[in-house]
Design a protein around this ligand. Sequence first.
Ligand code: DX5
Ligand code: ZN
Length: 218
Amino acid sequence: MAVQISPSILSADFARLADEAARVENVADWLHVDVMDYHFVPNLTLGLPVVESLLKTTATPVDCHLMIHDPDRWAPDYAEAGAASVTIHAEAAKAAVRTLRAIRAAGARAGLALNPATAVEGYEDLLPEIDMMLVMTVEPGFGGQRFLDIVLPKLARARALIDKHGGEVWLQVDGGVSAETIERCAEAGADVFVAGNAVYGADDPARAVQELRTLAER
Ligand code: DX5
Ligand code: ZN
C-alpha cells in the first residue's frame, strides 16, 4: 500500500481551520481531526458542528480520530456527516462490532485505535470489521509529545496479524511521528502516518508533508 500522510489539525490554529486545511490541500492524503471530550482523555478539542463546517471548506478527505468516552453513541454521526474515515478507541467502545458496522453502513472507513498499553492480540478477530487499525505511539490527549519507541514491536505485530488476515486493512501510526521517527514506523509496517507538530509546527506545512512522505517511502 502506498504511503499516506494525515496531518493533524490539533497542531493547527483552531481559529483559522479553513486556511490551515488549505495549506496541505493537494499534498496530504487526509486531514486528521482529533475529537476529545475531557473524559476519555484530559483535553477538549472540537465536536460534530466544527467537523461539519470543516467538511464544507476542504476537499481533502477527513480522518476523524474519536478520543471520546462514548464512541458508540457518536461515531456513526461523524460518518453520516461526511467524514471519510472514523476511528474509535478499543478502550472506550462498549459495542465495538456494532459501532464499526454502523460507521461502514454510513459510508465511511471504520478504524480501531489502540492505546500504547493495549495489546493488539485481543483484537485479531475484529480485523474483518475494520478498514484501518491505529496504533498510538503516545498516550492520547495532546500534540507534541515524545514518540514512544516501546510501541514499535506492537506495530510490527499488528502488521503481521494484518498480513496473516489478508484483507485490505491499513495500519496507521499517531503520536510523535516526525522526520526522526517516521522511518522506524514505516519499517515496522505502518502505511498511514499522522503528524501534528511535524507538519503544523513547520514553517511550510506542505513541504513538511512531502518530506515525511519521502522518508516513509524509502
Ligand atoms: C494525540 C492525537 C494526535 C496528535 C499528534 O492524542 O491523537 O493526532 O495530534 O500530534 P503530534 O504529531 O504532534 O504528536
Ligand atoms: Zn489523533
